[in-house]
Design a protein around this ligand. Structure first.
Ligand code: NAD
Length: 354
């Protein structure tokens, strides 16, 4: 863990009124996202988080509460608490239930931003559980166009499945169902760089590479990934995470156009392999299949066929060695927010700006 970045993030959170434990969970989560290369979900989220605690859109020092309990099927209310605390506690409960019943179908509702969804899949995998997670977002404006649509109707609705492996790091497939995560457009906009083609449309529905279409009116949108298939998955995320759990979908009832509120709902299905084909068969089959998949001859220009989760771990190894690059705008925003919550000057590191 890059100690100074972690300590600085904790200091901001603590000075804002979070308990030591809450500040630690938030810093652990955000810094790990940076280490994995997902800067969109790293410490650059802190200014938005502090804005939301200040306006009451995120509740400090709040804990997960079971609001419906049917044994293997439970609903947890997050009370707009810090997602890093709420989702962790929800997964703890879900893992316990899956151990008892073989499976837990868990609806997490009304949590403040739960960050990188792979974090929750990894928590389940560490407990030996397979898990799959469907997430929606509401509380702020729409960002992503439906397949074929010229204007946005939902947000970046992430999906994740994590599969544990014997003695190895888990398989973690974790992505936004939009062509890019919104935070990646934010980072490009901060850096004032153009994005690749095929990711964004402008307000008229025409292709554009300008990340500013998400920030300056008239607003454009991000496209869903994978044409009708990815667009369909994005719709399913809202239906499972928002409608099925009772946490509400992204619709005119929950959209707040000028708000920075970020509410996540998540449907998690946590499965104990012992209750299915048995742990030994499962572990053996996972290794056999992943070895087989990775043995494919790589295409020209590809060094190696990777399993989901491997790119993040490679980036982590690199960043632990060489440091986490933070762009100048993000760094400036962190300093400003630290001053705003009155972090002691001695706790603000004077690191080099990338
Ligand atoms: P991405 O496009 O980088 O895709 C990441 C996934 O693809 C990972 O599972 C990774 O291991 C796999 N992958 C990438 N390259 C690979 C390769 N060459 N071979 C095999 N597998 C490969 O991710 P993204 O869509 O930018 O999402 C970034 C993060 O944002 C995710 O962690 C997601 O959970 C998070 N997110 C959160 C929210 C929220 O509301 N909380 C919303 C959107 C996104």
């Amino acid at each position: 863990m890059p100690d100074r970045l972690h300590a600085f993030t904790m200091a901001i959170c603590r000075a804002d009124g979070s308990s030591d434990e809450e500040a630690r969970l938030v810093a652990d989560h955000l810094v790990l996202a940076n280490l994995y290369g997902h800067d969109s979900h790293g410490v650059g989220m802190m200014p938005a988080y502090i804005q939301n605690t200040t306006t009451g859109n995120c509740t400090r020092n709040h804990h997960a509460k079971i609001s419906r309990d049917n044994g293997a099927v439970i609903v947890i209310d997050g009370g707009a608490g810090y997602g890093q605390v709420i989702a962790k506690e929800a997964m703890d409960i879900g893992i316990d239930r899956a151990r008892k019943h073989g499976v837990c179908v868990l609806g997490l509702t009304n949590s403040h931003h739960i960050g990188r969804i792979g974090h929750w899949g990894e928590q389940c995998a560490r407990a030996g559980m397979v898990s799959t997670h469907w997430v929606n977002v509401h509380g702020h404006k729409s960002l992503v166009a439906p397949f074929g649509g010229a204007e946005p109707r939902f947000t970046t609705n992430p999906y994740c499945t994590a599969v544990p492996r014997k003695g190895k790091e888990p398989i973690v497939l974790d992505f936004a169902t939009s062509q890019v995560a919104a935070g990646k457009v934010r980072v490009a906009n901060n850096k004032q760089v153009r994005m690749d083609e095929g990711l964004l449309i402008d307000a008229a529905g025409n292709p554009t590479t300008d990340p500013g279409v998400l920030y300056n009116p008239p607003f454009g949108a991000i496209l869903p990934f994978g044409l009708h298939k990815g667009g369909g998955l994005a719709v399913i995320c809202d239906l499972l995470a928002g409608a099925l759990t009772g946490g509400l979908t992204h619709s005119p009832r929950t959209i707040k156009k000028d708000s920075t509120r970020i509410i996540n709902n998540m449907l998690s299905i946590i499965i104990d392999p012992a209750a299915m084909g048995g742990v030994e068969t499962f572990e053996d089959e996972v290794e056999t299949f992943i070895t087989w998949v990775k043995s494919a001859r790589p295409q020209a220009g590809v060094a190696e066929v990777l399993a989901p989760g491997e790119p993040e771990r490679a980036r982590r190894a690199d960043r632990e060695k060489n440091g986490v690059p933070i762009d100048g705008t993000t760094w400036q925003q962190l300093i400003e927010v630290a001053r705003k919550v009155r972090v002691n000057d001695t706790e603000i590191p004077g690191v080099a700006v990338a």
